[in-house]
Design a protein around this ligand. Structure first.
Ligand code: AMP
Length: 209
């Protein structure tokens, strides 16, 4: 199964991808995670993109496309993948068409006020990327990752100014992809306002059709 997860930041793409990865036995490829790990490891790529991520802007297409191309060429992505956070521009979508043939594009639909609430309450384990929410998906002990015991962090781009910018960037650059993929008959709209288990179940149903 070759899937793209589309939707505004905070729609729950990463949370559902973690479930779908197990369910379909395919890798979860998050361009945001790849950039964050490059930043954490202080690689050349990490240094190039650190300020861009902190501001909530988009990394240039050429850098992002090259990174995804390299990742999709790995053996584990041959039988399928979940692309989470890529493509984010029409140029990226066109480049992806040359790399692989998709089965479906899941469009996570969510109102903007819920997006803002989700992003500002989001917390993350820095080393594993596991996602929590202070109200809806809290860790067992406040501020601590359930598995590693490490303190949870708030992503720099989940701060208020960066959230506003990311939503603007989404509307301008990424939303046009909804029409792009709908015209190709690949789009599956999913209501992302319910619980992760419900969202997962409705996505599995939609993908069976
Ligand atoms: P995410 O974790 O998907 O919200 O991504 C975090 C940040 O990584 C974004 O705000 C961008 O700065 C960068 N990023 C992730 N994916 C892409 C992409 N496909 N194109 C450009 N920038 C990206």
């Amino acid at each position: 199964m070759k899937l793209v997860f589309l939707g505004p930041p905070g729609a729950g793409k990463g949370t559902i991808a973690a479930k779908a990865k197990e369910y379909y036995s395919i890798p979860h490829i998050s361009t945001g995670d790849l950039f964050r790990s490059a930043i954490a490891n202080e690689t050349e790529l990490g240094k190039q993109v650190k300020a861009i991520l902190a501001a909530g802007d988009l990394v240039p297409d050429s850098i992002t496309i090259a990174m995804v191309k390299e990742r999709l060429a790995k053996d584990d992505a041959k039988k399928g993948f979940i692309l989470d956070g890529f493509p984010r521009t029409v140029a990226q979508a066109e480049a992806l068409e040359k790399m692989s043939k998709l089965d479906a594009v899941v469009n996570f639909v969510l109102d903007e006020d819920i997006v803002v609430r989700r992003l500002s309450g989001r917390r993350m384990c820095k080393s594993t990327g596991r996602i929590y929410h202070i109200e809806t998906l809290p860790p067992k002990v406040e501020g601590i990752d359930d598995e590693t015991g490490e303190p949870l962090i708030q992503r720099p781009d989940d701060m208020p100014e960066a959230i506003t910018n990311r939503l603007k960037v989404y509307e301008k650059s990424t939303e046009p992809l909804i029409g792009f993929y709908r015209a190709k008959g690949l789009l599956r709209d999913i209501d992302a306002s319910t619980t992760p288990d419900e969202v997962m179940a409705s996505m599995v149903r939609a993908l069976r059709k």
